[in-house]
Design a protein around this ligand. Structure first.
Ligand SMILES: CC(C)(COP(=O)(O)OP(=O)(O)OC[C@H]1O[C@@H](n2cnc3c(N)ncnc32)[C@H](O)[C@@H]1OP(=O)(O)O)[C@@H](O)C(=O)NCCC(=O)NCCS
Length: 153
């Protein structure tokens, strides 16, 4: 299957916003997604040319933050998020980013598995960071150092 991670198009916003609204792990509404799109911080993951997920980044100098990664539930569990992270890390390394950080709900097992497999390590904890299903849940702060140069992560 052909996968690509590309800057999102305005025409994809309705689908990406719908995807986001269906996930308890995303607070990004269509206004926020549009704002990230304008900043060229919103990416769409395509499988066989069709969008199946999104990735939102924030890059400041040599550090990037993964704001969100989200895969359509119909396509989960097939390695697409892992591939998207690999492409993303390579692109970041090529543009001189050396470190990636993110926050993840401590009970989000798929996301924790994804990040640990990609090499992220916990570097901190944020107490009661997420409102999830009517309760407060702690977050891990995780970080990954990227190899310098074209070989990327
Ligand atoms: C987290 C998410 C992006 C993973 O996407 P995905 O395409 O299903 O992930 P992959 O298929 O690449 O699998 C990545 C890892 O997660 C594991 N995984 C996938 N679904 C899982 C589940 N339901 N329970 C436990 N682990 C799971 C896989 O086994 C794999 O780990 P492994 O390599 O050690 O086997 C997806 O579940 C999602 O969109 N969740 C909602 C949004 C979200 O939580 N985003 C992260 C915010 S911090």
């Amino acid at each position: 299957m052909t996968l690509s991670l590309v800057p999102a198009l305005a025409s994809e916003l309705p689908y990406l916003a719908q995807l986001s609204s269906q996930s308890l792990d995303s607070t990004l509404g269509s206004d926020a997604l549009q704002s990230y799109l304008i900043q060229q911080a919103l990416f769409s993951l395509h499988a066989e040319g069709q969008p199946i997920g999104l990735l939102v980044q924030q890059v400041v100098l040599d550090e990037a933050e993964l704001i969100q990664i989200l895969i359509d539930p119909l396509f989960c569990g097939r390695g697409f998020a892992a591939s998207a992270l690999t492409y993303w890390h390579r692109g970041l390394a090529l543009q001189g980013v050396s470190r990636v950080v993110l926050e993840v709900r401590q009970t989000n097992m798929p996301a924790l598995a994804l990040y640990q497999r990609a090499g992220y390590q916990s570097v901190g904890m944020r107490k009661n960071y997420y409102h999830y299903a009517d309760s407060l849940v702690d977050a891990w702060v995780m970080a990954l150092n990227l190899p310098a140069g074209p070989q990327g992560a």
